[in-house]
Write a protein that binds this ligand. Structure first.
Ligand code: PMV
Length: 354
């Protein structure tokens, strides 16, 4: 009859850039001004779970985020839905006696239910995991044959950083050359087992929503910052090669140095924007000082830090021992009853497959 429902559930972790994406050369297609590199987190800690379903009884596309209905009318959702639908293939479920042809998909509506296993309001890059999971689960539902890189070019049109969450481990988003964005996609540099000693600690400095969205922040930076032009043309291309080599060789000293200077340059570019954008606060700056001082007191760097469009610190320790010492130091400088740090989220770099 007409009463069936077909469902797919997928889970996608968020990712943290170690060479930052900041600035678009095309706002509609979301094409960046430089390559970026990220590490994908363990899905146990920061991830989105999305269930997509299709039924002939659905009257329109609808979406719920953490149980609350949200609008799908935005251009970014529409781009992802359109691009996935355009690639839909025949689906047959013999047990349920369902047959959906390629052509049927343009007349069928989907319902999307998405949950984050971390507070959405904490300002911890939820859009990256969200759009990656949306595109991946819809692709599975509609039997889309495209590989992860091709899907990443669709997720990119939801949120730039989302394209890097289609893979685990270390991922590069290639800016690409084409005007239509077809070659602006993610590739895996190394899988989640390649460097599994690394431990990521997230220090939640503030759970307040960021003041300047990444979209408007990037636009203002592209329009006003000369430092961004220099960064995109002269600095990042070389840094990408150095970072790829550091990852290949599991060279923590280089990895840590490149991660720290690139985060700092991203925030310098924000400061170079007119009017200036401040994402880090005094607590963020104190964390930077503590880590820099500690790294200098050791023979080799123990921890890297990186900050996105907000004050929360993402700390990458070279191993478990360094992570334990790091947490002890953070607890010493920011005791549990202080207002500066309200929680720690501790995660492995890798996607646990077992
Ligand atoms: O994808 P967006 O628009 O949320 O931009 C993310 C930008 C940064 O997180 C600051 C850097 C990055 O490369 O993820």
């Amino acid at each position: 009859g007409d009463s069936w429902v077909l469902m797919v559930t997928a889970q996608t972790p968020t990712n943290i850039a170690v060479i930052k994406y900041w600035g678009k050369r095309d706002e509609t297609l979301i094409l960046p001004v430089n390559d970026s590199i990220s590490v994908t987190l363990d899905p146990a800690h920061l991830c989105t779970t999305t269930t997509v379903s299709v039924s002939p009884s659905f009257q329109q596309d609808r979406m719920w985020l953490n149980g609350k209905e949200i609008s799908l009318s935005g251009g970014r959702f529409q781009s992802c839905l359109r691009e996935i639908r355009a690639r839909a293939c025949d689906v047959e479920d013999n047990k349920k006696g369902i047959k959906i042809t390629k052509e049927d998909w343009s007349k069928l509506y989907v319902h999307i239910a998405s949950y984050n296993n971390f507070p959405t309001a904490a300002g911890l890059a939820s859009s990256a995991a969200g759009f990656a999971c949306l595109v991946y689960s819809l692709g599975k539902l509609m039997n889309v044959k495209e590989d992860e890189s091709q899907l990443s070019a669709i997720a990119r049109q939801g949120s730039g950083s989302a394209c890097r969450s289609l893979f685990g481990g270390f991922v590069k988003w290639k800016m690409g050359k084409e005007e239509n964005g077809s070659d602006s996609l993610a590739v895996q540099l190394a899988d989640e087992k390649h460097w599994d000693e690394l431990v990521i600690v997230i220090a939640v400095v503030s759970s307040r929503q960021k003041e300047t969205s990444s979209t408007s922040g990037m636009r203002e930076t592209v329009e006003t910052s000369l430092l961004l032009q220099h960064r995109a043309k002269e600095i990042v291309p070389k840094r990408i090669l150095q970072m790829e080599e550091a990852i290949r060789n599991r060279d923590f000293a280089s990895f840590s140095q490149l991660t720290r200077i690139d985060s700092n340059q991203f925030h310098a570019v924000c400061l170079d924007t007119s009017p200036p954008i401040f994402y880090m606060n005094d607590t963020s700056h104190r964390i930077i000082s503590i880590v820099e001082k500690w790294n200098r007191s050791e023979e080799a760097p123990q921890v890297a830090y990186t900050f996105d469009a907000g004050p929360n610190a993402v700390l990458i320790a070279r191993n478990r021992k360094a992570a334990t010492l790091l947490i002890q130091k953070l607890l010493y400088y920011f005791p549990p009853n202080s207002d500066d740090l309200n929680s720690y989220i501790i995660g492995d770099k890798s996607i646990a497959k077992d």
